[in-house]
Design a protein around this ligand. Structure first.
Ligand code: FAD
Length: 455
């Protein structure tokens, strides 16, 4: 039985001297306020906000929206700063940085429980939950946004409201899947937690020559695998840079090692032979896993990320072969996330409406600006081929400036764009950052590139 967890605006360390903590353009510290908390070091500095508000209370958030209304400009929002494409930095907007809104309060009965957030420790709940949230064991437990029971928001016309399935229900519907096009500022999430379990890993590393066999094995074991077990297949370069390796990883959440061994045994017994490395049911913790994720995607590096849900009936190893076997840098990696059978169930009534059995994402990582063109061109080239076999994409690993695709079902996409217009008719809250930041009140077209008549 899930129990409620509440976040609060009663912030530890909040500094509010009765004035808005605002850093205007040209003021000392402005660049740091704009870019300091943006994870990706590859940045488009031609986008210059008019001011940054470092909010540490809900009052600050409301006042920031009031200020934008007075000045007739847009508001951009930042929680954790982890948007790969730097969505929070928008030209001539008031940047509302919610980094100071950090306190979490729990119901007494929630101690010793967990919330399945993002795989990196500092991914912000704001961006993560609004786009759906591919948290720990999304394959078995579903989308993180399914655990939202209510939100507090500041609307585009600066009103403070509560939204749930029965109050302002259309905004609540949109909050679970609109991503960066949500037409208000969320100041609190009311969430359900789940039991905190022990974690165990199975890891199998194979040479690149085994790519097809290993990926097909992960795909085949997915539908009947234990439902508390997350399953991935990753390709990355070996530490000596000589070759690409294919890694199958299974992370299970269980009350004890005995339960974990039982859950993982079938996978272990069916593994392809000749693994270079083979680890069965190794105890791990969220802390250890977070460190591994930070190592794979280190702060200070340049990133280009893209993704697609591959069609259920596609020959997935063929579709992904080029991407998995031609990684352009030492730290780049390609990821296959098994989603079957959770992907086959009807989703709750919410904006998030896109999924398939096969989630594929590219995380291209490099550190020299001279490699920007080569690396981004590789990602876009790979995606052009892959997306023809896809049903759409996940907002969280996407960049609308470079790629037009589907993010929702046709009906949900239309409903979402109508809700956006209803709640923010003037486009006060910056929406989707498409090419030249023009989408505004209209939002995204939710169409594949090759389906669009004007392309
Ligand atoms: C290292 C790394 C690891 C990641 N791992 C995962 C993962 O495991 N699973 C997954 O699903 N995604 C993952 N992502 C993607 C990440 O979830 C998305 O980029 C998400 O948008 C980040 O949220 P944020 O609040 O940190 O980002 P921000 O850049 O702060 O926010 C992104 C956008 O969301 C909107 N937004 C954020 N907060 C609010 C708010 N309170 N009210 C209204 N709008 C808001 C704004 O439009 C904002 O510009 C990862 C990203 C990185 C860099």
């Amino acid at each position: 039985m899930e129990k409620p967890l509440k976040s609060s605006d009663n912030n530890v360390g909040a500094v509010d001297h009765g004035t808005l903590p605002i850093v205007r353009r040209k003021a000392a510290g402005f660049d740091e306020a704009v870019w300091g908390r943006v994870y990706n070091a590859r940045r488009d500095t031609s986008r210059v906000p008019r001011a940054v508000i470092r909010a540490s209370s809900i009052t600050h958030a409301r006042e920031a929206v009031e200020l934008a209304n007075r000045e007739g400009c847009r508001v951009s929002v930042r929680s954790g700063g982890h948007s790969w494409a730097g969505w929070s930095v928008r030209h001539d907007a008031v940047l509302l940085d919610l980094g100071g809104l950090q306190e979490i309060t729990y119901d007494d009965t929630s101690w010793g429980r967990m919330f399945a957030g993002g795989h990196c420790p500092d991914v912000g709940l704001g961006g993560f939950l609004l786009q759906g949230g591919m948290g720990w064991n999304c394959k078995g437990w579903g989308w993180a946004c399914e655990s939202i029971v209510g939100i507090n928001v500041v609307t585009a016309d600066a009103r403070e409201l509560y939204c749930s399935a029965v109050e302002n229900a259309d905004l609540f519907w949109a909050a679970r899947g609109a991503g960066p096009g949500f037409p208000a500022v969320v100041t609190k999430f009311h969430l359900l937690t789940r039991p905190l379990l022990e974690m165990y890993n199975c890891i199998y590393v194979y040479p690149q020559s085994m790519y097809r066999t290993v990926l097909q094995w992960v795909i085949d074991t997915s539908p009947t695998a234990d439902t508390d077990t997350e399953m991935v297949c990753v390709s990355r370069r070996s530490p000596d840079e000589k070759e690409i390796q294919i890694i199958a990883g299974y992370t299970t959440f269980k009350p004890s090692k005995k339960h974990a061994e039982e859950a993982l045994q079938a996978v272990h017994d069916s593994k392809p032979p000749n693994a270079i490395v083979e680890i069965f049911c190794d105890p791990t913790t969220l802390d250890v896993e977070y460190r591994g994720q930070i190592d794979a995607q280190p702060r200070g590096f340049r990133f280009c990320s893209e993704n697609a849900y591959i069609a259920n009936d596609a020959d997935v190893p063929s579709v992904l072969e080029a991407a998995f076997t031609t990684l352009p840098t030492q730290k780049a990696f390609a990821l296959y996330f098994a989603m079957n059978p959770t992907s086959r169930r009807p989703l709750p009534d919410m904006a998030l409406s896109m999924q398939s059995d096969h989630y594929f994402a590219l995380y291209t990582v490099w550190d020299d600006a001279a490699d920007d063109e080569r690396c981004t061109a590789w990602v876009h080239d790979m995606m052009r081929k892959v997306e023809r076999e896809s049903v759409g994409s996940y907002l969280g690993d996407a960049d609308f400036q470079h790629r037009t695709t589907r993010f929702w079902s046709k009906e949900s996409g239309q409903r979402l764009m109508e809700i956006r217009k209803r709640w923010d008719p003037e486009g006060r809250i910056c929406g989707y950052l498409d090419a030249e930041d023009k989408s505004g009140v209209d939002g995204l077209k939710n169409e594949f590139e090759w389906e669009m008549p004007d392309r």
